[in-house]
Design a protein around this ligand. Structure first.
Ligand code: SF4
Length: 290
């Protein structure tokens, strides 16, 4: 190998080592077997993904080919050109093969700002329009709470509003769908959330928590109000020390999956004329470690 090829080889090894040093790489390339050929100013180098790591191999028939100049490779190694930008945005890297494989490598060499920390929140923290009549003290979202989450660098995942899904946007079916039929409907919304939780966990994301809305009969955590009126079992609208129906169903699904390490907590809603916003925000911060 001459000295220029040696430099290219070194640069490719730097990329390879960096990818393999990331604890997320085995999660990202799990089940991905592929032979990758780099053509750098016409010189060929070969990698293989064995589903666990990337490694150098002898020449073999590639399933994915990358072509670039030595200068481009140097800029990628130095962090001056993000790999996927070179591949997708500037065309400094040409490729032959599937978009799927291009994306796979784009994430393996990811260098952007995402923190990979997310929180699941009850729908109406972000969209108060699904709240019950007279239940909104904000115009569109609970702005201070959402701003606190945004400022903390979290990705916000808005859970479906189970009452909207099962009773209608303005809940005209309240009291019509009850008992096990209502629970089954709420469980379907909870299943969507569980699926997302599993997706994020499989790729190593940190799920900072699941934020419910107290004392909702659906989304309350450890406290709920009027749950019997929704289930059709009684007409008691007092607060009880138990979670809402949606949170109960979600917890059951999580338990069935063996997931017990997610912080599920509630913050009390703010009604018109109520005080205590600062305390609620401080409690939220304590739960998300801000
Ligand atoms: S069901 Fe949950 S998300 Fe929907 S309005 Fe009630 S508290 Fe909010």
């Amino acid at each position: 190998m001459n000295s220029t090829n040696l430099a290219t080889n070194n640069n490719l090894n730097i990329l390879l080592d960096k990818a393999n040093a990331s604890p997320i790489t085995p999660l990202r390339i799990k089940d991905w077997q592929q032979i990758i050929k780099w053509e750098v100013d016409g010189e060929a180098f070969y990698w293989e993904s064995d589903g666990i790591q990337l490694k150098n191999i002898s020449p073999a028939k590639p399933g994915f080919v990358l072509k670039c100049s030595k200068d481009t490779l140097e800029r990628i190694v130095q962090g001056k050109l993000p790999f996927f930008i070179g591949l997708w945005g500037t065309n400094d890297i040409a490729f032959e093969g599937s978009f799927s494989d291009a994306y796979r490598l784009g994430y393996v060499f990811l260098s952007d700002n995402r923190k990979r920390r997310v929180i699941f929140i009850s729908h109406c923290w972000l969209n108060i329009n699904t709240r019950f009549p007279e239940g909104c003290s904000f115009e569109g979202a609970n702005t201070p709470l959402i701003k606190t989450l945004l400022d903390s660098g979290l990705g916000i995942i808005q859970m479906p509003c189970p009452e909207y899904q099962c009773l209608g946007l303005e809940k005209y079916r309240y009291g019509e769908i009850v008992h096990e039929e209502l629970r089954a409907c709420f469980r379907r919304s909870a299943q969507l959330v569980l699926n997302q939780i599993k997706d994020y966990r499989e790729l190593g994301f940190t799920i900072v928590g699941i934020l419910g809305m107290n004392p909702s009969p659906s989304c309350g955590v450890g406290i709920s109000k009027g749950k019997g009126t929704m289930l059709g079992t009684d007409r008691d609208t007092s607060e009880k020390q138990e979670s809402g129906i949606f949170i109960e169903e979600l917890q059951k699904l999580l338990t069935a999956e063996g997931i017990s390490d997610i912080n599920i907590f509630g913050v009390r809603r703010l009604m018109i004329g109520e005080s205590g916003l600062e305390e609620r925000i401080e409690y939220l911060k304590s739960q998300i470690n801000v």
